[in-house]
Design a protein around this ligand. Structure first.
Ligand SMILES: [Zn+2]
Ligand SMILES: [Zn+2]
Length: 1005
């Protein structure tokens, strides 16, 4: 039985691989599960915000994932039964887009030609394969949870080629046999174990239950609205998706166009950045109170706002103003549109509808103060169209192609439409001029395509009215009707870290529009809405309900997961007309998937007692800021719908990981670091330490330089202490069985510091504050190295193994052993490597892994408050003394006669007790104590011209001179806040403390 060395030149990644092999060989994680299951423990629940299993994990994922692992490990060590199932987000547009790329598809038409069943299968296979990769990466990061075997996931992906064939999957509780499709649909469920997958049958059906609950309260509706639309992805983009990252700076060609007036001479001059919308123009809006001008420009008479005249018409010398009028006077003027000849436009009665309308939102900062309105191609336009009863031609199809009925424009893609439209307007003599224009324009968050506004029909959850009063004043009856306020109540139950989280979440909830839950796509939650041609619709709440109500197609669906195309086979009876109702083809917003996991993964529908035990989660963590409207929101919303409670108690938000140049990491900028490279170059524990020691509310600047510093300043310091201990303790054959009779003051001091550190780290981690925990550990390791070990060296060097030496060994061992335990949740590999080398060989009967150990107890009995204060004083004085030496350029090895220390009078006795020690540290013969500050520094008085000048005017120079001549006694008085009097020309002048500046001058170099 002896200690094992740990070379301080060791490569951390190599050390981590050794530790990971040990965990694997000893099945260390399972052993931890057995320990917690075998004991009666309080429980601690964590719900994972799922990572999208669509690409390899990025280094930015390491931050949140480190917190997730850290707090679970910590709670286990504190004696809790821990549930920390990992999750994978599996459905939705992001997966579809990647599979489309894989298959070389360009649009939805390619998917339909390929076949929905095969496409959905490919999406599932991609998710399984990437979840295998992310599992391997997470294990590499040192995350402990019930992982699926990555090889089994890959085999399952392959087996899915023949979804209805039986196969066997080996899960964490042993082999399970079923069809490949059934096995995939049951991943993460109790029988199969492992991570949860949002593609699972239970996850999808659980959302059905939530949506049904909404429908029972009348909150599900189909709304036609003009909304942002991605022509490439052929889907609407919800407000949630566009708020923050959905804009890009783009330059377009804008155009000034003439609308010829019908009942009078001249034209309205309008301006637009989206020429294609002119095809569907119906009205022209003016502000009632703005001033408009009638001008002659060359051979045209134009109307536009007075304030826009100069920017709109640059050739001002040819402008002749003929008159002024208010917008209100123009109301009702009729005009001819620029595309009135198009068949559909005529058919819809648009030419007769053209007129000037009033709108308070019209401005003149840009354009002409006259806004062209196309109700079928813009959100505000639609609102105005409804208000004025205008027709709403909508020119674009799902792919952004102009539909039939638009004459020569039909079949033209919106992206290619600007130039032909300009040519056509020129031919008609309606184009005044074009202008390059740069603006923030919405783009698709997935594929980057420019969005267009389309008039489409989508499904929504009604969030309720936006009441103009604070939450406290909303009545219970109003809350019953308004989901928005119920969710706000749930958000109020959460402890948000940092605190501003609550305000952000409430702001979002207060202002958000209804929640658009539909997407016109293929792979995702099959929205459980069945609709009849007569307009009737119903929401189905479970698979069982669907089976009961199915009148057709159940046989073709049975055995499949609730995905397209099979789910679409099932028809139900319309309760209004008796016809057949069909599922709407839309799939669900993917945040519905991730938002339901507080129910689907906790057996809400199968085992209510189990759910009660683990719900709500004690802890979740996510990145700010986007998640306020995504996962954090969706979790709150769905939980409120189902049980009107928050699904999580503590929400820890953290910032973004950026490159060390402060920019986002981008492959093309050359500043991106891949997770695998980071883990294999710097080590997972270094990465974890960097994450944990960063303030969560700031962004993390990540790079190899910082990693090098962490390795050198923290890891190497600790390893060097261990090696020092290892060298001498091995030589002497000392083991913890040999306890000393008496400890030296230095030992008692460091044990006191240790106890305080344990206390500090415990308190920090109880409050989910990893950063403070790291600071505490780091500080302790630093004083252990720089003070305790250095000052104890002579005791270790002694030849005879006496009590003094035993005391030093025993103390250093206790310190290192405790640090190893404190570090276990933060840097699990390093902690294990030290535990296996230092603790296990000499302490028979300790747990096999450091991660099976309990958390160190705070030992208050070793804390000697006076001793701690003395040593703190000694350390402070020594470091100040060394600073003073280096300031004056006198090296430490040059002995000096005396050090003068000024401390407050009450500290003088304490100083007496440490003066020998300080003298030794500073290499001085004597340490003299004093409480007279004047010994070390003198104060001089400087006038503040701004104050004294204003007060004394012409007399100021002479007052200033007198002030500068004040002695140290007057300076002390001023420093104590008292006024002093100077004589100027023989007359007394009072000088106040705020009129002077006191400058202290050192007296010793
Ligand atoms: Zn797109
Ligand atoms: Zn019907």
């Amino acid at each position: 039985m002896s200690y094992k060395p740990l070379d301080s030149k060791v490569e951390i990644p190599a050390l981590e691989r050794e530790v990971q092999r040990f965990w694997e060989d000893t099945d260390a994680y399972r052993r931890r599960v057995e320990i917690q299951e075998g004991e009666d423990r309080p429980h601690w629940s964590f719900i994972d915000g799922p990572i999208t299993a669509n690409n390899p994990m990025g280094v930015h994922h390491a931050w949140g994932r480190t917190y997730k692992d850290l707090f679970a490990r910590y709670r286990f060590m504190r004696g809790y039964e821990v549930r920390n199932q990992n999750g994978f987000d599996c459905q939705g547009l992001w997966v579809e887009v990647e599979v489309e790329k894989e298959l070389g598809f360009e649009s939805k038409l390619d998917i339909e030609a390929y076949g929905l069943a095969d496409f959905v299968k490919k999406c599932k296979q991609r998710v399984l394969n990437y979840s295998a990769i992310q599992t391997e990466q997470s294990i590499r990061l040192g995350m402990w949870t019930d992982w699926n075997d990555p090889e089994e996931l890959r085999k399952l992906a392959e087996a899915l080629e023949n979804p209805m064939e039986e196969t066997t999957y080996v899960g964490s509780k042993g082999p399970v046999t079923g069809t490949a499709e059934w096995l995939v649909g049951n991943l993460g469920m109790p029988e199969l174990g492992g991570s949860y997958y949002t593609l699972s049958d239970e996850n999808n059906y659980m959302i059905w239950a939530a949506l049904k609950s909404c429908h029972e309260r009348g909150w599900i509706y189909n709304g036609a609205d003009a909304m942002p639309w991605c022509p490439r992805c052929s889907t609407g983009i919800s407000q949630h998706e566009i708020v923050t990252e959905g804009y890009r700076e783009l330059t377009h060609t804008s155009v000034y166009v003439l609308f010829r007036l019908r009942d009078r001479e001249g034209s309205l001059l309008i301006w637009t950045t989206t020429p294609w919308t002119l095809t569907s123009n119906v009205a022209a809006a003016v502000h009632p109170d703005l001033t408009y001008v009638k001008v002659r420009y060359r051979d045209e008479v134009l109307y536009l706002s007075k304030g826009s005249l100069k920017s709109a018409i640059q050739d001002q010398k040819n402008v002749e103003v003929l008159g002024e009028l208010s917008g209100a006077e123009m109301e009702g003027w009729r005009y001819r549109g620029s595309f009135d000849e198009l068949p559909l436009i005529r058919e819809m009665g648009v030419p007769e509808a053209h007129r000037v309308i009033l709108w308070d939102e019209v401005g003149e900062e840009e354009g002409t103060g006259i806004v062209h309105i196309a109700p079928g191609a813009g959100k505000d336009d639609l609102m105005l169209g409804k208000q004025y009863g205008l027709p709403a031609p909508a020119p674009l199809d799902d792919f952004g192609v102009i539909i039939d009925g638009f004459g020569w424009l039909s079949g033209v893609h919106v992206y290619d439409s600007a130039e032909p439209i300009f040519d056509d307007l020129r031919r008609k003599d309606l184009l005044y001029r074009t202008q390059r224009y740069t603006h923030r324009y919405p783009v698709c968050w997935r594929c980057g395509s420019e969005l267009v506004f389309r008039y489409v029909s989508e499904w929504f959850i009604d969030m309720g009215e936006k009441l103009d009063k604070p939450l406290e004043e909303v009545t219970e009856e109003e809350k019953e009707r308004n989901l928005r306020y119920q969710i706000m109540e749930s958000a109020n139950e959460v402890e948000w870290i940092p605190e501003f989280g609550l305000k952000r979440e409430l702001d979002w909830l207060r202002n958000m529009d209804d929640w658009m839950i539909s997407k016109k796509r293929y792979y995702g939650l099959a929205l459980p809405i069945w609709r009849c041609e007569c307009g009737w619709f119903d929401v189905i709440g479970s698979k069982e309900e669907l089976e009961e109500r199915a009148v057709e197609g159940w046989d073709r669906f049975e055995g499949h997961s609730p995905h397209r195309p099979y789910i679409d086979e099932v028809k139900i009876r319309c309760e209004r007309c008796g016809g057949l109702a069909t599922r709407i083809p839309d799939v669900g917003n993917p945040w519905l998937d991730a938002g339901i996991v507080g129910f689907s993964t906790l057996q809400y529908r199968q085992d209510r007692e189990y759910w009660e035990k683990w719900f709500p989660a004690h802890f979740i963590t996510e990145t700010f800021p986007g998640q306020f409207r995504n996962w954090l929101y969706a979790m709150l919303a769905e939980s409120t719908i189902l049980v009107r409670r928050t699904p999580y108690r503590v929400c820890l938000g953290h910032g973004q990981v950026l490159a060390d140049d402060g920019r986002e990491m981008h492959k093309s900028w050359g500043n991106a670091i891949w997770f695998d490279d980071a883990a294999e170059t710097m080590g997972a524990d270094v990465l974890r330490w960097i994450c944990c020691s960063t303030k969560p509310e700031s962004n993390l600047l990540f790079g190899y330089k910082r990693a090098g510093e962490v390795r050198r300043l923290f890891f190497m310091t600790l390893l060097n202490i261990y090696n020092f201990f290892y060298q001498y303790a091995s030589l002497d054959g000392w083991t913890p069985a040999e306890q000393p009779v008496e400890l030296a003051p230095l030992d008692r001091w460091v044990l006191g510091r240790l106890s305080r550190t344990v206390e500090g780290v415990t308190e920090a981690l109880d409050g989910y504050d990893a950063q403070t925990a790291c600071v505490e550990i780091d500080r302790f390791v630093d004083v252990l190295s720089k003070w305790y070990v250095r000052r104890s060296r002579r005791r270790f060097w002694k030849t005879e193994a006496d009590d003094e030496k035993r005391a030093a060994y025993s103390t250093l061992y206790r310190c290192l052993r405790t640090v190893v335990l404190l570090l276990a949740p933060v840097t699990p590999h390093l902690s294990e490597a030290l535990y296996q080398r230092m603790v296990r060989p000499v302490e028979p009967g300790v747990p096999e892994s450091v991660h099976h150990c309990g958390w160190p107890e705070v030992d208050g009995s070793v804390v000697d408050v006076e001793l701690l204060a003395e040593m703190d004083l000694a350390m402070t004085l020594s470091s100040m003394g060394r600073a003073a030496r280096s300031q004056c350029g006198v090296k430490l090895r040059q002995p000096l006669g005396e050090a003068v220390v000024v401390v407050p009078a009450e500290d003088l006795p304490r100083l007496g007790r440490v003066s020998d020690l300080v003298g030794e540290e500073l290499n001085v013969k004597a340490v003299r104590a004093s409480s007279d500050r004047g010994l070390l520094q003198s104060l001089t008085v400087e006038p503040v011209p701004a104050m004294l000048g204003r007060k004394h005017g012409g007399l100021f120079p002479r007052v200033a001179e007198a002030v500068r001549g004040l002695g140290s006694e007057a300076a002390e008085a001023l420093s104590a806040g008292e006024p002093v009097t100077v004589l100027v020309d023989g007359l007394p002048v009072e000088v106040l403390p705020e009129e002077v500046e006191l400058v202290s001058v050192s007296r010793w170099c």
